[in-house]
Design a protein around this ligand. Structure first.
Ligand SMILES: CC(C)(COP(=O)(O)OP(=O)(O)OC[C@H]1O[C@@H](n2cnc3c(N)ncnc32)[C@H](O)[C@@H]1OP(=O)(O)O)[C@@H](O)C(=O)NCCC(=O)NCCS
Length: 172
């Protein structure tokens, strides 16, 4: 099941974001130390703020588990709010727990987020960034029509290694 998260989903959202940083530490800018450096209240405030802005959403994928439905994936969309850049928004936080990967759920979540965003009046462009080494995610985005408009060299340094990052956009 895929549906937008609401304020009441903060606890599973928080757990999933934490899991993403643990399972795929080189797919995201945030480190576990960054994450743990903020209090739970700060994380919750940020979550509420994101959801309360016009045309923002965080889509969640839920799967049946022993303890009932469990949040297993997410894709977030935020729209720029200033008048001259309101035609643009960006996707972030694309993530699926490892056990659920490779069966089309990640694509479904991503496609649903893109479709929802495309319905917002006046939206003309969706952007995202992906680390250049992340072949799987890159292939997904390219197969959905996203094009690379920038290759940022040395965008991230993690554990002494230097990573490039690709900036992508879908124009419609
Ligand atoms: C990116 C992610 C969400 C994709 O989810 P998924 O459910 O595994 O992806 P899907 O099964 O829907 O496959 C998506 C595409 O990736 C490709 N793919 C699938 N399995 C793959 C694999 N093992 N290796 C390479 N490419 C693969 C396929 O081309 C597929 O395209 P298709 O739908 O045209 O067949 C998931 O891999 C993930 O959470 N990765 C870790 C976090 C991350 O890197 N996020 C992206 C940050 S920018």
């Amino acid at each position: 099941m895929i549906r937008p998260l609401t304020i009441s989903d903060f606890v599973p959202y928080h757990a999933l974001r934490r899991q993403a940083l643990a399972s795929d530490p080189f797919s995201f800018h945030t480190t576990m130390a960054d994450w743990n450096g903020r209090t739970l209240a700060e994380h919750e405030r940020r979550f509420r703020y994101t959801l309360n802005q016009p045309d923002n959403f965080i889509l969640g994928a839920w799967a049946e588990a022993e303890k009932g439905k469990q949040l297993v994936g997410m894709t977030a969309f935020e729209r720029y709010q200033r008048e001259r850049i309101r035609h643009k928004g960006y996707i972030w936080g694309v993530y699926l727990v490892p056990e659920q990967r490779g069966r089309g759920l990640g694509s479904k979540l991503f496609d649903t987020a893109v479709q929802m965003a495309q319905e917002f009046a006046g939206l003309r462009q969706i952007q995202l960034t992906v680390m250049a080494h992340n072949d799987h995610a890159l292939r997904l985005y390219q197969s959905r029509g996203f094009q690379i408009f920038g290759h940022e060299k040395a965008a991230m340094i993690a554990n002494g290694r230097v990573y490039d990052e690709l900036h992508m956009q879908l124009l419609f």
